[in-house]
Design a protein around this ligand. Sequence first.
Ligand code: NDP
Ligand code: MG
Length: 357
Amino acid sequence: MLAKTTVAVLGATGSIGRATLDVLESLGGPWRAVGLSAHSRLPELVELSQRFSPDWVVAACPESAGRFDFTSLPAGVKRLIGPEGLIALAELPEVDTVVAAVVGSAGLASSLAAARQGKRLALANKEALVVAGSLLTHALKRSGGELLPVDSEHSAIFQALQAGRSREVARVVLTASGGPFRTWTAGQIAKATVDDALAHPTWQMGRKITIDSATMMNKALEVIEARWLFDLPAEKIQVVVHPQSIIHSMVEFVDGSVVAQLSPPDMRLPIQYALTYPDRIPCPCPKMDWTGAMSWDLEPVDIERFPALSLGWEVAERGGSCGAVVNAANEAAVELFLQGEIKFPEIVAGCRRVLEH
Ligand code: NDP
Ligand code: MG
C-alpha cells in the first residue's frame, strides 16, 4: 500500500492538532500538512502556517476572522472562512488523510465530508461517532474510506485486534485513568471547582475533554465510540480504571487470551500510527523503561461516584438519536460548568434528565 502522506489537520491549534503537527515534522518529507484549521486562535494559526507552509488555512469562526488581520499569513497560502471551509478542506482532492481534531459536534460535518470522499479519516473527534456513528460508518463503507482511531484506547484496541479475527473477540476492555477525582468521595466531588476538574493527573488535553475525564463522561463517550468503530454490542465493551495510563486498552479473545497495547502516555504515538498504518515508523515519544521496578494498578469502575459511565452503555445499546442527545446535553453542561453557572454533579445529572426527556 502506498503511504498516504498529504494531510489536512482540522483543529490544528488544539492539543491533538499540535501533536499531529509535531508528528508530521518528525516524519519529514514526503509527509506534509496541506491544510490547517483553527476556530478562534488565529494568531496561533498564522504562526503554524509560517512553520508548516500549508497550501490552505481555514478560520472556522467568521466573527474572529472578521476582526483579525491576516497580513502576516505567508504569501500564497489560500484562506477559507467559516464552518464550510472545514468541509472544503476535508474534501480537497490532494488530501489523502484528514486528521479530525476539532472538539465536539462542530467536527461532525467535516468528518462526514472526509468519509464521503473516501479519505483516510484519522479520528480524534469522538463526538462525531457518538452523534452520528451510523451515518459515518455507512459513508465510509460506501466510499471505501478508512477510519483510523486516534483516541489512545481505541488505537490500542485497533492494534490488539490484529492478533486475532473479529469473530474471535470475546470483549474489549477500555482503560480509564479515573481522572482527578478517582480517590475523592462523592461529597468532595459534589464541591469540585473548575480548577479541581481541570487538573488531570496523566494527560494534557483541551478543556472540554479534561472536564469529560473528570466526570468520566469521556469514558462513556468512548464506550459509544468503540461500539461504532469495532461494531461491537454494548455488553462486549468493558471499562477498568488504570491510573498510570500505561496500558491503553485490551482485547480478550474467545480462548481467554488478552492482548494489550502499552506505552508511556503520549498522544503522538496513536496519532502517528493512524497516519502511517499499516507501517510502524520510529516515533519521538518516550519509550518504556524496563530497567526499574514498576507496578500498575487496575481497579473496577465506581458507577455510584461516576454515574456518567452508565450513560455510555445505555446509549451504545439504545442507538438511534440517543448519542446525539446525550452529547449535546454534555457539551452544553460542560460549557455551563466552565462558566461557573452549574455545579460539577449537575453536568451528568443534566445529561441524564435530557436523555429521559
Ligand atoms: P482542544 O480544545 O485543545 O482543540 C480543539 C480544536 O478545535 C482547536 O483547534 C479549536 O480551534 C477547534 N475548534 C473549537 N471549536 C470549534 C468549532 N466550533 N469549529 C471549528 N473548530 C473548532 O481539544 P483537544 O485537541 O483536546 O481535543 C480535540 C478532539 O480530540 C476532541 O474531540 C477530544 O475528545 C479528542 N481527543 C483528545 C485527546 C487529547 O489528548 N487532547 C485524546 C483523545 C481524544 P481554536 O483553538 O483556534 O479555537
Ligand atoms: Mg481516550
